[in-house]
Ligand binder design. Structure first.
Ligand code: ATP
Ligand code: F1X
Length: 309
């Protein structure tokens, strides 16, 4: 069983339009509400692949009910903690000119009492799971060392953690040495405090994190591809060429793929190959946090892996 944690889920209001112009009236062509937030997306992909999933985090209001209903409908074991505030709605505008614009709300204010109820449920849930995925930003009122605390609890129970977050929550979270992190290039730059110019630069920065005690650093680099770094070295997967329809949640598909690979005991090479194929399949699917199983399978043979270090 895999446990996914989403402390700041969202309904992704996904719009399509020709182009989005700042400071003007923009009429949208289509709209769809999608249950989202990074850990929710990871759980959705795992369910698509037939994996049993427990999903927890904080949900509130009608948007929270919308997400919970959807997760129940796909057979996830939902263990969310209710909060008084309303779960956020994020706006994703997919424009035909190729630009994807995301407007992300900060999320509801969460009280200490609500958080402690969540932590109690989490402590219970980790005992029944083999692997824990902690994903996304944290809602207001939650201290940035929350992932550090949750990872320590998992480590004390000898459970493997994957952390995929940003900013201070990421900086504090890595102090607890999660088994794997999946920063994108910007998130890695935030950690190291400077710009990274090429793949070698990115591999060096990720390598330093491995020396500090993180077994695997997988850096997602958008349409360029994916870099997997461990103490054994760095492997690069060029992204297979697909027609990108919605790239929101591609990073979550990388995390979901690695979670499956870990449980199946796949090596670095096969795990990276699978992740790049899954992520490209996610990019070519309209629904964020979904993949085409057929396309993922087809792309697997097309992913080329290169040793970079
Ligand atoms: N246009 C694309 N074509 C093929 N693969 C893609 C494309 N865009 C993204 N990917 C794949 O998805 C991976 C993750 O994408 P990205 O780096 O955008 O993640 P992210 O920033 O974590 O996104 P999110 O936070 O929305 O999940 C990339 O490393 C790449 O392998
Ligand atoms: O604010 P966060 O938690 O960093 O990101 C939230 C979010 O952009 O991440 C998912 C895609 O990865 C979307 O479903 C969601 O809207």
């Amino acid at each position: 069983m895999i446990l996914t944690v989403t402390l700041n889920p969202a309904v992704d209001k996904t719009y399509t339009t020709g182009s989005l112009i700042l400071g003007q009236v923009n009429r949208l062509e289509t709209t769809q509400n999608i249950a989202g937030g990074k850990g929710v997306n990871v759980a959705k992909i795992l369910r698509q692949c037939g994996y049993p999933v427990t999903t927890c985090g904080l949900l509130g209001g009608y948007t929270g009910l919308f997400i919970e209903d959807y997760m129940n409908s796909i057979g996830a074991d939902c263990r969310f903690t209710r909060v008084a505030g309303e779960t956020r709605s994020n706006i994703n505008v997919l424009a035909k000119d190729g630009y994807v614009t995301e407007l992300l709300e900060p999320g509801p204010e969460v009280s200490d009492e609500e958080l402690e109820i969540f932590v109690k449920g989490y402590e219970e849930a980790i005992t029944r799971c083999e692997l824990i995925v902690l994903s996304g930003s944290i809602a207001r009122g939650i201290r940035s060392d929350i992932y550090k605390r949750l990872i320590k609890l998992a480590n004390d129970n000898q459970k493997i953690c994957i952390l995929d977050t940003s900013a201070e929550a990421l900086r504090c979270g890595i102090e607890a040495h999660p088994y794997m992190i999946k920063p994108n290039q910007k998130e890695l730059e935030y950690l190291v405090g400077h710009k990274l110019t090429d793949i070698e630069d990115v591999a060096d920065a990720a390598g330093k994190l491995c020396e500090e005690g993180i077994a695997k650093v997988v850096v997602s680099m958008g349409s360029k591809g994916l870099l997997s770094v461990s103490r054994e070295g760095a492997l690069w997967a060029k992204a297979p060429s697909v027609k990108a329809v919605n790239t929101v949640g591609c990073g979550d598909s990388v995390v979901a793929s690695y979670a499956m690979s870990m449980l199946e005991g796949e090596d670095d090479f096969s795990s990276l190959k699978r992740a790049a194929a899954t992520a490209a399949s996610s990019a070519s699917t309209f629904q964020s946090g979904e993949i085409s199983l057929r396309l993922s399978k087809e792309l697997l043979d097309k992913v080329q892996i290169e040793k970079r270090k």
